[in-house]
Ligand binder design. Structure first.
Ligand SMILES: Nc1nc2c(ncn2[C@@H]2O[C@H](COP(=O)(O)OP(=O)(O)OP(=O)(O)O)[C@@H](O)[C@H]2O)c(=O)[nH]1
Ligand SMILES: [Mg+2]
Ligand SMILES: [Zn+2]
Length: 345
């Protein structure tokens, strides 16, 4: 853990000495159980069980011990439809024996990669990873064909969460790097870092390793684009399951079934999360009124529209539409914007 993070944990530890009730009411006694809690991070979620890795040494545990944990019933009542405990969450665990535990408390999340829960009609947050420092959004140059409107959705979600996004274009040996750059160069021009890789040919893997150093990175994107293959290329000892070549046309098949956080053996605190391929990426709590702020190349024009509250859709004297007409904003991106604005697809 970096010095900053261990300092944070020190703060958490201090807060535990004095639970919030105690701060409000001096007479309240601190809970005796607090002293026995260990701090950790959720590295895997499996139904109602969570694998937690200890992040700070305590009387009972050294750093890096894994415990299979359930969640304290009281917590289950609190968070409604949203994800209660997600991979990446920092938690406090009451140990039970050597290998089990009970999650007593979940620290408030910093940034998240999340979406609208695919199975819920009402607003509900599905947290893909809690507390990432950045997102690596992987698409394939081909097989499967890149779906750029989907990429735009990922970027909007990242912007709305103030989560730095790096675009990774994998399988470039299938099209050649030139063709891949022609397709994704637009994103470089509007200010995103774009990495061109081939997990198969080991192209761009050193650059990827560098990007992953000393950060928590969530690797996301559609199924079959090579997310697990890229992580394996960076750190072969992980032996993550990769899709079978015959399978990638079968849209129903996801090789990676659950998000998992892995510690990488370089830098002081490098973690990477492999996640299942995403088919549905609904926006959660992203207001249409703010949408244009999440299209980077539009922000420079937003103050020049004639009407306040311009949605850049049909209004006259709209600076965004004028910029699209002049070719300063790409048609395809503007089209993505309109579709999201209208809640389409
Ligand atoms: N040609 C080519 N194939 C690749 C490359 N990287 C991965 N693949 C293949 O693409 C298929 C899917 O790779 P995975 O790593 O399982 O893809 P994934 O994104 O993790 O897929 P999910 O776990 O289902 O989300 C496998 O057959 C890989 O061998 C590459 O750089 N070039
Ligand atoms: Mg995978
Ligand atoms: Zn406008």
């Amino acid at each position: 853990m970096s010095p900053k993070r261990s300092h944070d944990y020190q703060e958490y530890a201090e807060r535990f000495e004095q639970p919030p009730e105690a701060r409000r009411n001096k007479k309240a006694k601190p809970k005796p159980a607090s002293a026995h809690l260990v701090q950790g991070v959720v590295i895997r979620a499996r139904g109602h069980h969570y694998d937690v890795e200890t992040t700070a040494a305590s009387e009972v545990d050294g750093v890096g011990r894994e415990r299979v944990c359930e969640v304290r019933g009281r917590l289950l009542l609190e968070r409604g439809r949203d994800t209660l405990v997600a991979v990446g969450d920092r938690v406090w665990v009451l140990p039970e024996g050597d290998r089990k535990g009970l999650i007593e408390r979940v620290e408030p999340r910093g940034r998240v990669l999340s979406r609208q829960h695919p199975g819920e009609a009402h607003p509900a947050e599905d947290v893909i990873l809690a507390n990432p420092d950045q997102a690596l959004v992987v698409f394939a140059a081909a097989r499967p064909e890149p779906h750029l409107r989907m990429l735009d959705r990922f970027l909007v979600i990242a912007e709305a969460n103030e989560l730095p996004a790096i675009i990774c274009v994998n399988k470039i040996e299938l099209t050649g790097e030139e063709a891949a750059r022609a397709r994704f160069g637009l994103y470089e021009r509007i200010g995103y870092a774009v990495l061109y890789t081939s997990a198969k040919m080991h192209t761009g893997i050193d650059a990827l390793r560098e990007l992953l150093t000393d950060r928590i990175t969530v690797v996301t994107g559609p199924s079959g684009v090579g997310k697990s293959s890229l992580i394996n290329a960076v750190h072969p000892a992980l032996h993550l399951r990769e899709g079978d070549l015959r399978d990638f046309m079968d849209k129903g098949r996801h090789t990676t079934r659950a998000a998992q956080l892995y510690r990488l053996p370089f830098g002081a605190a490098s973690y990477v999360a492999d996640t299942p391929g995403i088919r549905e990426l609904g926006l959660y709590e992203i207001d249409a009124a703010n949408l244009s702020f999440y299209f980077r190349e539009m922000t420079a024009y937003l103050h020049d529209c004639r009407y306040p509250g311009c949605t850049h859709d049909h209004e006259p004297e709209c600076a965004v539409r004028a910029a699209v007409a002049r070719g300063e904003i790409a048609e395809a991106r503007y089209d993505s914007y309109l579709r999201l604005l209208r809640g389409e697809e």
